[in-house]
Design a protein around this ligand. Structure first.
Ligand code: GAL
Length: 449
């Protein structure tokens, strides 16, 4: 008999969730005392966001959270991951606490608990208060002091209701795109920004973990990394070396200091040595460690890398999925579930990781609404294959505790604005009308199966 994949295959304690993020969903940009974030500021700069979209309205989660949580429930999920907007809680990043900001997340958390949804809270999902960016943001030495205060305020406010905490979302994502390449907020470039941002972010994730451990009894603490399988374009020595450099950056840079291996300094990749010199990082190597209860693993795609001497430092470029003529999403990301399986196994085999939670996985496609129906079969296939990869790894002994689909509904996709749709629920951004896509119904059946 043909075996239909069902949630039961993963065991009854497996946690099933959907994830969203404040800057992508909430909107209400200037409401109830919220300060501007770097994404509010960045989106105002011409040409930075595809289609000119801004996070000002998002999908209006700020006003519609009750309905949206009902959707989470209706689709059968039991866990809900969302992030706290630092600038909603501390409009200037430091200083005065905004009571209305604190109150908003109490309402969201209470609503989750009322519906029987377990809240997973992300402390930092990329929306730094703009006031702190004016002082250099993640490149400023004082960011750790500011971040620790923010974490303390949040732990004291919500610690008795929230047990699951994710300290930082994808440190490599925002430090590389925001402080080296300049494609994401705050649009900074160059090693003089990137290196201090790396160091401060790795310190922040460990210090954040310690603060939650001290303030929240029985907390289940993690931090979320993006991982990609890095595949060399050929067997040529220079392609292999280029792939290794990219692998160090994309996969090893942030997890290794946490699990006590220090920064991945490689003889063949000298530029990272500067990290050691920066702020005398080696002196504080033990402060970059933290014994996380779980590692949040976020996976979207593998990359194929070839040597390119014209690219500074890393001397490598990606050979994109389109030119390789392999299946890809609307983001141009290769669809490859086997590479997800390999990524999970690799992180597990590191040792030092106690538990893995898949904190994001999903895909954008060009969804078409026809007679009120969105038949997004490609997304259903994406989930089906990627869930099989999770199950395979789990059956081979990897301690995977849960899986979060990215994302509940179409939202502000960073520099892609509103032009890329990742949701299980379609959003008409003119009317804020929500329509469950067929992938949403697929999830409901899968979770109830
Ligand atoms: C992740 C990020 C999410 C989401 C997703 C799809 O890197 O954490 O916020 O945008 O990618 O691009």
């Amino acid at each position: 008999m043909h075996h239909i994949l069902s949630a039961r295959d993963f065991g009854k304690n497996f946690q099933w969730g959907v994830a969203i993020a404040a800057a992508q969903n909430e909107g209400a940009a200037g409401e109830d005392g919220k300060g501007a974030s770097i994404w509010d500021a960045f989106a105002k700069r011409p040409g930075k966001i595809r289609g000119g979209g801004r996070p000002t309205t998002g999908c209006d989660f700020y006003h519609r959270y009750k309905d949206d949580l009902l959707l989470v429930k209706a689709l059968g999920f039991t866990v809900f991951r969302f992030s706290l907007s630092w600038a909603r809680i501390l409009p200037d990043g430091t200083g005065k606490v905004n009571k209305e900001g604190i109150a908003f997340y109490h309402k969201v958390i209470d609503e989750c608990l009322k519906l029987g949804l377990i809240p997973y809270v992300t402390l930092y999902h990329w929306d730094l208060p703009q006031e702190l960016q004016k002082k250099g943001g993640w490149a400023n030495y004082f960011i750790n002091k500011w971040f620790n205060r923010f974490v303390t305020v949040c732990a004291e406010a919500y610690g008795d209701k929230v047990k699951n905490w994710i300290i930082i979302n994808e440190p490599f994502g925002f430090t590389s795109l925001g402080y080296m390449i300049g494609r994401h907020a705050p649009g900074k470039t160059g090693l003089e920004n990137f290196l201090p941002a790396i160091y401060h972010t790795s310190l922040a994730q460990a210090e954040g973990g310690r603060i939650i451990r001290n303030l929240v009894p029985y907390a289940h603490i993690g931090t979320a990394f993006s991982f990609s399988q890095v595949v060399p374009h050929s067997d040529k020595k220079e392609d292999l070396a280029a792939a290794n450099r990219v692998d160090i950056l994309m996969n090893r840079l942030f997890i290794e200091p946490v699990i006590g291996k220090g920064y991945p300094i490689d003889d063949s990749f000298k530029f990272l040595e500067k990290l050691q010199l920066h702020n005398k990082a080696w002196k504080f190597a033990d402060r970059l460690q933290f014994d996380f209860d779980f590692i949040g693993l976020q996976y979207y795609f593998p990359v194929v890398i070839k040597y390119n001497p014209l690219v500074p430092y890393v001397q490598a470029t990606e050979v994109n999925a389109k030119s390789r003529k392999v299946p890809h999403t609307a983001m141009g990301w290769e669809i490859n579930a086997d590479s997800f399986y390999r990524t999970i196994k690799r992180i597990w085999l590191y040792g030092g990781v106690k538990e893995i939670v898949i904190t994001e996985n999903g895909a954008a496609f060009k969804d078409e609404v026809k007679n009120g129906i969105i038949n997004d079969t490609e997304r259903i296939d994406y989930f089906r294959h990627h869930l099989k990869a999770v199950l395979k790894a789990k059956r081979e002994g990897v301690n995977i505790k849960g899986y979060f689909a990215w994302t509940l509904m179409d939202n502000f996709e960073w520099s892609e604005g509103y032009t890329k749709r990742f949701g299980l629920v379609h959003v008409d951004f003119k009317t804020q009308l929500r329509t469950i896509k067929n992938s949403g119904y697929w999830w409901r059946d899968f979770l109830n199966g």
